[in-house]
Write a protein that binds this ligand. Sequence first.
Ligand code: OXD
Ligand code: MN
Length: 582
Amino acid sequence: MSKTHVVEKWVDEAAALTKPSKVIWADGSKQEYDRLVEEMLRDGTLLEMNQKTYPGCYLHRSHPQDVARTEQLTFICTRDPEDAGPSNNWMAPAEAKAKAGAYFKHSMKDRRMWVIPYLMGPAGSAASRTGVMVTDSAYVVASMHIMTRVGQVAIDHMRAADDFIAGLHGMGDLSPERRLILHFPEEKLIWSVGSGYGGNALLGKKCHALRIGSYQARQEGWMAEHMFILGVEDPEGRITYFGGAMPSASGKTNLAMVVSKLPGYRAWTLGDDIAWIYVDAEGQLRAINPERGFFGVAPNTSAATNPNGIQMVRSNTIFTNVATTPAKEPWWEGIGTEAPAGTLDWQGRPWAPGGAPAAHPNSRFTTPGSQCPSIAPNWEDPQGVPISGFIFGSRRTNVIPMVFESFGWQHGVFLGAAMSTETTAAITGQVGVVRRDPMAMIPFCGYNMGSYFAHWLAMGPRLANPPKIFRVNWFRRDAEGRFLWPGYGENARILKWMVDRIHGRGKAVETPLGFIPTADALDLSGLDIDRRRVERALAWDRDEWLDALGDLSAFFGPFGRRLPGQIRQELELMVYRLKTGR
Ligand code: OXD
Ligand code: MN
């Protein structure tokens, strides 16, 4: 493999610090993947699943204290703390390196170090970027094979000898006491030690494509977003593309590969987690998916909630922390069938219903994108796809209507900045508490979020045709705690309304929040639902909103002068509209 001298020098430095017994350059080949799997089966890192019914599928059981992203141990290490901003943890670069350096020092003494050159984005795309990470985990190497494009293709994409993000990853001793996920955006550098969990250890994903990516995107005038990319084909055969931001484990993967229950409409998947978005020569926003696979949450994935998801994990998939049946098939809560007797839980212990979940609530599958039945034929188009709509979705039991549309770009950016959600198991910590999560980027924005809002605002005027911005919430419940809207495949009805709005159709009423569809503007044909439930899902309450906007003002406070005036202005306008009804 050809390498640049800057890559080689950096790898030498990493090896000098960690002292591996051997350095292996990953080439991304199938033979390499097969060899890694074989080795991991031998040393117990992977367990074989039923090769008749799940060919090429394996199970990994992680350390029980290493099962989710650890945001409290994740830092942005800029020279000036203000550049990280109040929503990030900050550590001075020298202090961060001293601390993590002690954990890394000689940590690979009896271990091998793999060097993984990886490409984020399709080969041949000007929007794609290279990373070079090192790791002492074979599980990470195999997972990077699935999630990124590994090998010479990455090196070939470098525009200069130093055009790569460097990532140093080590398992350390897996103790949360000695775990740190560190980002040095000013040095194009990531250090991650003490965790093998996907979001902490597959450095191409959250660390590179979002945290460092968002920093670079602002400098270079593009956008790195926590968004799926989805095409909606209508009965005329036209495909309208959306980017959609949703907090972790809030149905983002399900929507990205939704099977429409509305005749004539079909959804095409281009990505389920991250979008890199740029302005083309015509002033059109275009998006590529920097990833090559899906790292999805297993629980509640079923033939009813995500039939494409169920099909795509039937082969060549690495499962992490799911339960297993005596037939060596994966099982998780919400898979749609009862667990047979003799099922083992995610730690390999005998399991019986009634106690703790069998699968870890954040158990995952890692699977190649090409295996998704709804994958769009153009998902690896180097030019990306034109984006006509953005969807901001979150999980709220009340307050946020099921769907509404912003008055325009600036108001839409404000709605993104105002996002709040109920927390899930994708992060270590309490589940179900409401937290602010602007654009679903609170854990992933690699710089001051006030400046991030300013960057979003500045993109608008550069666009010939700014995408319409929609806010959605499938999670409204009635007084008995039941969901008001069936969701999943029925969400195609909401997508249809958005497509209609984009193309100048679709009825809506103007409210202080934005444009809300009338219940008869949604195509409910063939759906057995009480119209009053739909009306309740679309309802909003003035006092609830005034309260929520008070909280929002408190959240914005610490951003001080970094918060753009337009965001404050939109907040004031919204309060005014709510108070006056205008
Ligand atoms: C993910 C996450 O894994 O957001 O995509 O946690
Ligand atoms: Mn995500």
